[in-house]
Design a protein around this ligand. Structure first.
Ligand SMILES: CC(C)(COP(=O)(O)OP(=O)(O)OC[C@H]1O[C@@H](n2cnc3c(N)ncnc32)[C@H](O)[C@@H]1OP(=O)(O)O)[C@@H](O)C(=O)NCCC(=O)NCCS
Length: 212
């Protein structure tokens, strides 16, 4: 996945995903979380940062060493971290998911605007891709970039996404009532990349420093 200079992505790919587990065990999630932090440590080291302590903030967000922003994601068989210097990025969101369709009942709860028709169109033109999972992942990447900038929760249905299938990119718009963001300058539109990587898919949003 292409990222600008000053941003490093590090990942570990393990075993292929096993049978679907609606609720992963907490021990499994903890091991994944540690692995994602190891990835983050490697990325920070590549950026010349020795301190790699990454505690968790009140909203669940990772708290990065001064001078850095970043994002973590982990799921069975894949953990990933993206880290950048604050002069390059004001926020980063990254997400990895197993590449399989989101259950229709769940997918129905995350779509908004014209996304349902977009998913139908994408499925008929590019059937091998689990587009519902791409949409899900993109929204979570956007959230992980949005939250550290605003400290605000956003529901899946308050983020409208347009997926560009041939470019491996997307545009997203967060729709929240006026006055509900921390600052009027907070970005509402986000552009990013997605890709299928073997048995998984990944998406990433990098908010340029000048926009934060
Ligand atoms: C928080 C959330 C995005 C995490 O995604 P997930 O697929 O469940 O889990 P992932 O493995 O991909 O990511 C987990 C990591 O996200 C990060 N994270 C958690 N809360 C976060 C927040 N508020 N802001 C930024 N990053 C956050 C953490 O680093 C966490 O890993 P850790 O607990 O090991 O430190 C998701 O659970 C959620 O609650 N989403 C609802 C809000 C949303 O996505 N809205 C979309 C419209 S913008």
């Amino acid at each position: 996945m292409q990222v600008p200079p000053g941003v490093v992505v590090a990942a570990t790919a393990g075993t292929a995903p096993g049978p679907f587990r609606a609720r992963p065990t907490s021990a499994g999630r903890s091991a994944e979380s540690r692995s994602a932090r190891d990835c983050a440590g490697a990325a920070l080291a590549m950026l010349g940062q020795r301190s790699t302590d990454i505690p968790t903030g009140e909203g669940g967000q990772p708290v990065w060493p001064t001078g850095f922003v970043g994002s973590l994601s982990h799921c069975p068989g894949f953990t990933i971290a993206a880290v950048g210097r604050v002069g390059v990025a004001s926020a980063i969101g990254i997400d990895v998911e197993v590449h399989r369709p989101v259950r229709p009942a769940v997918a129905a709860t995350i779509v908004c605007g014209s996304e349902a028709s977009m998913l139908a169109r994408l499925a008929s033109c590019h059937p091998p891709v689990a587009w519902s999972a791409v949409l899900w992942s993109v929204k979570e990447s956007v959230f992980k970039a949005w939250y550290p900038l605003t400290g605000r929760w956003v529901d899946y249905t308050a983020c409208e996404v347009v997926i560009h299938p041939d470019r491996g990119s997307f545009d997203a718009r967060v729709v929240v009532p006026a006055g509900r963001t921390a600052r009027s300058t907070t970005p509402r539109t986000f552009a990013g990349r997605w890709s299928v990587v073997g048995t998984h898919l990944c998406s990433v949003v990098i908010v340029p420093a000048s926009r934060g």
